[in-house]
Every structure is written in structure tokens, then in C-alpha cells.
Design a protein around this ligand. Structure first.
Ligand SMILES: C[S@@+](CC[C@H](N)C(=O)[O-])C[C@H]1O[C@@H](n2cnc3c(N)ncnc32)[C@H](O)[C@@H]1O
Length: 182
């Protein structure tokens, strides 16, 4: 019996693990150089993108949260509730470290490991005023499925901000989907 399919499967899973690890390692490095200026920059970028002064009384979900920087920025902008998830355990650990540093006592910032491709998981999270998924959906290998799932948690008057393929930026305000300048 040929072992080629087994070898291919092993190579594929090694590649996937390497890719995931590379992201996590990136964030660990990022943690070492994170400072107040970078955090302020992230807050400014959220304010500008969402055209708000703050996120008071808003709920915010960060799909593919990576380092957790934008979840942290949402917390600092006063979000009532933040849910961050990423399928990479190293990224999850990085976001947890940010929470430990800046919001250790807060129970309204939840960080989990999960995949945007896992429809039952995403479907169980409830709805959010802001659904944020920056630079994530095209990394999933199933971009359209990911986009479909990323829209699940948008509340009826919520906003979605997502990028994919690094070329287009998509901004969806409930039913309106319009491209804006990259
Ligand atoms: C380029 S990073 C962007 C991180 C963050 N959104 C930001 O703007 O800094 C892409 C992130 O997507 C995550 N990711 C890739 N596939 C995913 C999936 N299926 N579900 C959840 N997260 C995923 C990766 O682990 C990585 O942290």
C-alpha cells in the first residue's frame, strides 16, 4: 500500500502548524515592543474606521484577534463587552497577556480559541454592535465561508469591518456593503 497520501497529509499538517506558529511567534515578538504610542495608534484607527469618538455601551467582537491589540483598543475606548477569538493558541495567549497587563480584573473581555469557519461556535456567540475582522478571512483558506460566518454576529444595527486578500477593504453597515479605499 502506498504511503503517499499519509505523507501528504503529514506535510500539510506540518505546514499548517508552521503557519500558525509563525503568527503566534510574531505576536510574541510584538508584545516585547508594544508601547502606549502603538496602543494609541490602534485606538485612533478604530475611531477613524468606525467614525466614532468612543465605543461606550457598544459590544465588540474581534474575529481572528491576533495579538489582541484591537480588542485592547476597543476596551480602552470604553466598549461594554469585548469578545476576542483566534484559532491560533499562540495568538490567544498573546491576547490573554494583553488582558493580564491592561485589564486584569475585567470580566467583560472574553478571549477564546475558536475558528471563524466553525459555524456552530460563531453562531453561539450572540450578536455584537461591532464585528471586527481585520486581515483574517483570506487566511482561513475558505474566504467566502469565513465571510458568511463573520456576518452571523452582526446585530441588526451593527457594523462590520473586515479586510480580505489585502487588496479590498469591505465595510458593511447592516445590509449595506460597500468597498472603500484600501
Ligand atoms: C494577519 S493576522 C491579523 C490579526 C488581527 N486581526 C490584526 O488586525 O492585528 C491574521 C489572524 O487570523 C487568524 N486566523 C486565521 N485563520 C483563522 C480562523 N479560521 N479563525 C480564526 N482566526 C483565524 C490567525 O491566527 C491570525 O492571528
Amino acid at each position: 500500500m502506498s504511503s503517499a497520501p499519509v505523507q501528504a497529509a503529514v506535510q500539510e499538517s506540518e505546514l499548517a502548524a508552521e503557519t500558525r506558529f509563525a503568527f503566534g511567534r510574531n505576536w510574541q515578538r510584538f508584545l516585547r515592543v508594544l508601547n502606549d504610542d502603538r496602543i494609541a495608534e490602534a485606538e485612533k484607527s478604530l475611531r477613524t474606521m468606525l467614525q466614532v469618538d468612543d465605543l461606550r455601551s457598544k459590544s465588540f467582537i474581534d474575529i481572528g484577534s491576533g495579538s489582541g491589540l484591537f480588542s485592547l483598543a476597543a476596551m480602552r475606548l470604553g466598549a461594554a463587552r469585548v469578545h476576542s477569538f483566534d484559532h491560533d493558541p499562540n495568538s490567544v495567549a498573546c491576547a490573554q497577556e494583553l488582558k493580564r497587563r491592561y485589564f486584569p480584573q475585567e470580566t467583560n473581555w472574553v478571549i477564546q480559541q475558536g475558528s471563524v469557519l466553525d459555524s456552530p461556535y460563531v453562531g453561539c456567540l450572540g450578536t455584537f454592535d461591532v464585528v471586527y475582522s481585520w486581515g483574517v478571512l483570506h487566511h482561513t483558506g475558505k474566504m467566502w465561508q469565513a465571510l458568511e460566518n463573520a456576518i452571523l454576529p452582526v446585530s441588526s444595527n451593527g457594523a462590520t469591518a473586515a479586510t480580505f486578500s489585502g487588496v479590498f477593504r469591505l465595510r458593511c453597515f447592516s445590509v449595506r456593503i460597500s468597498p472603500c479605499a484600501a
